[in-house]
Design a protein around this ligand. Sequence first.
Ligand code: NAG
Ligand code: NAG
Length: 203
Amino acid sequence: MRVLLVCVAVALLSCPAELQRRRRTVAEAFNDFQICRDLNISAPETMLEVYYGNEEIKTGEEIYADITVEFPEVGFAVEPGCYYTFIIVDPDSPSAYDPFWRSYLMALYVNIGSSPSSLGGLDLHTGFEVATHIPTSPIPGTGIHRYVLLLFKQPYGISTIDENLLCFQQFRLNFRVDEFMCYYNLTGPVAGNFYLSQFPERT
Ligand SMILES: *[C@@H]1O[C@H](CO)[C@@H](O)[C@H](O)[C@H]1NC(C)=O
Ligand SMILES: *[C@@H]1O[C@H](CO)[C@@H](O)[C@H](O)[C@H]1NC(C)=O
């Protein structure tokens, strides 16, 4: 027993980066960055795989905004027959110091289903586009922003002729994730991820 423990300890000590990577779950990262508090949501149960082109988003890492011009590809192991809602928000709008537009809605898709060829089955292209995806565009001089990607499970298909839904095609400021979730009886977030970005400062 003691020999086994020593072996495990040595194995762990020899790769601290690996240890840290495994210990930091997506839920811990959401709490560390106070996203749950600021959005009034619970922590996602699993990590949403997010790719912009070939770049995989690593939870909480800072990226250059220009990689997010393309629509992201996301991966999640769906439950067959379920519909999902996908949301991207910037809670630090216009800045983290004074976020009076919290949150800025950067993408909203509902009624997302699955297709066998996509990552984990989730296929964003099957969804109904409410608010078109806007690339990351932090305002110069407003510092670091958190960009949060969330996936919710719907209890049923959402009516796509409802004014309360279609208004988000235009009104993107002060979007309340918690109120949207409550109104549409969504479960989750079942998966999430986030990255940081800022307008590149000239040197
Ligand atoms: C947070 O969300 C809950 C519903 O999940 C709601 O009852 C509560 O009023 C919200 N809190 C704030 C501060 O808006
Ligand atoms: C959410 O659930 C409540 C209670 O079952 C229901 O009255 C309401 O219509 C549902 N909301 C939507 C948008 O379907």
